[in-house]
Design a binder for this molecule. Structure first.
Ligand code: KIV
Length: 297
């Protein structure tokens, strides 16, 4: 793995990095965009090798990496630490640093300062935040500071309590219209893409049609311009509740559990380590060592 230092500046993308405008071109061509979350360097390398366009260092890290019950407790410092690990090994995909709860709600200035930290200290290529309403102005302020910003509406986990829990959004005509209006406002404010989470497929399709920027769906149907899944959900590595929109492509926690149990049994029985896992010392050196030990007794 290369340790080449990354350029922190959004204006000077690293060589080989997917250019941001390519996402709009993909939407125009009808090419689907693949995004996945990742929270460490080996995962980012695998995602890059698999060909994803976008890696999200999501605040879901709070739950799947840090053991919290919700995404709310994760701090900006923790998100920067995780983002830095991902950006060390992601080459082509754009790395999206997620702004955690409490790092952008107070003012546009706070939002810009937090976004700058994710880019400068974490090496994120772009950032993401949740919500519309007052958050439209945060999106505008970040975009005007020359940092690409992805918006996120529908089920916004940071405000799940206010939304009445982790439930689908936009299921009445009024709510669907409001979602569409929010999406247009976020696009006008300068968002380069929009995550639609837990939104009826037909509503997401209409919003996707209405926008020039790509929509990235998670529980929002097949007509979005791209899809995102959380690493641990996709790979079967999370033991908490999994939403219905998750498709599991592996059940790695079973494999990891079985491997660990075998390791523990091998240690206890002495089956590990074997000769092939140990280092040898030349016979003459061993003899001299033994002699030296005897001389000391
Ligand atoms: O934090 C995250 O992982 C997200 C995705 C669920 C889109 O926001």
């Amino acid at each position: 793995m290369s340790t080449r230092p990354r350029s922190p500046a959004p204006s000077t993308p690293a060589p080989g990095k997917l250019p941001l405008p390519e996402l709009i071109e993909m939407k125009r061509r009808g090419d689907k965009i693949a995004m996945v979350t990742a929270y460490d360097a080996p995962a980012a390398l695998l995602a890059d090798e698999a060909g994803v366009e976008l890696i999200l260092v999501g605040d879901t890290a709070a739950m799947v990496m840090l053991g919290h019950e919700s995404t709310v407790p994760v701090t900006l410092d923790e998100m920067i630490f995780l983002t830095r690990a991902v950006t060390r090994s992601a080459r082509r995909p754009l790395v999206v640093g997620d702004l955690p709860f409490g790092s952008y709600e107070i003012s546009d200035e706070q939002a810009v300062a937090s976004a700058i930290r994710l880019v400068k200290e974490g090496g994120a290529d772009v950032v993401k935040l949740e919500g519309a309403g007052r958050m439209v102005s945060r999106v505008r302020a970040i975009a005007e500071s020359n940092i690409g910003v992805m918006a996120h509406v529908g089920l916004t986990p940071q405000s799940a309590t206010k939304l009445g829990g982790f439930r689908a959004q936009g299921r009445t005509a009024e709510a669907a219209l409001k979602l569409r209006d929010d999406a247009l406002a976020l696009q006008d404010a300068g968002a380069f893409a929009l995550v639609l989470e837990a939104v009826p497929a037909a509503v997401a399709a209409r919003i996707t049609e209405a926008l020039a920027i790509p929509t990235i769906g998670i529980g929002a149907g097949a007509d979005c311009d791209g899809q995102v899944l959380v690493w641990h959900d996709l790979l079967g590595m999370y033991s908490g509740r999994t939403p219905r929109f998750v498709k599991r492509y592996a059940q790695l926690s079973d494999e990891i559990g079985a491997a660990l149990a075998e390791y523990v049994a091998d240690v206890r029985s002495g089956a590990f380590p074997e000769e092939q896992h140990t280092y040898a010392i030349p016979d003459d050196e061993l003899a001299r060592f033994e002699d030296a030990l005897s001389a000391r007794q």
